[in-house]
Design a protein around this ligand. Sequence first.
Ligand code: CA
Length: 220
Amino acid sequence: MRLLLVEDDPMIGAGVQRGLKQEGHTVDWVRDGAAAELAIADGVYELILLDLGLPRKSGLELLAGLRRKGVATPVLVITARDSVADRVKGLDAGADDYLVKPFDLDELSARIRALTRRQGGRASPVIEVGPLALDPAKHVVTLGGSPVALSKREFTLLHALMKQPGMPLSRAQIEESLYGWDEEIESNAVEVYIHSLRRKLGADRIRNVRGVGYMVPSES
Ligand code: CA
């Protein structure tokens, strides 16, 4: 999943970015509120991790502005301020969840999964489409109950497709979910990953929608 991390503390920012990348997420990192606003305008993020004490524009101000504009992307506030008043202000401004520093990366990951699950309208952590099942927490994919070994990027790509079965994703949307700013997109990479997924899962599990992109059929 592609996340935006808004954090001005270099140590915390680097640690969170590294940890979430290891989990297979694509993480872009900005260090102030104004840069965050520009990045969010691109609309490619599934979740925003937002520090409140930021230079150029405070996290609260940024968050309130986003919600006023109707940007519904889930926001997880991460902050050192642990007073009840600050927490309430953050939630009132439109935050979906709250984590007080210092926090454990495992807890952050679990909350990210919970938030994006809710966003997708699912209560169960495992996504199932026909005989295919994907568990975002355990990073496990099974086909008819048997585990299938996937690379990190194959997993991320399949996850993006399975979140919206029957709805195709364009090549550009897939690239956006797979790569951050600092990563070079290899040419034909999407085709290579699709080819590899089809080889592992069966060709009919991922359909090519001519002129549109790729999808996991809703009843495969
Ligand atoms: Ca800060």
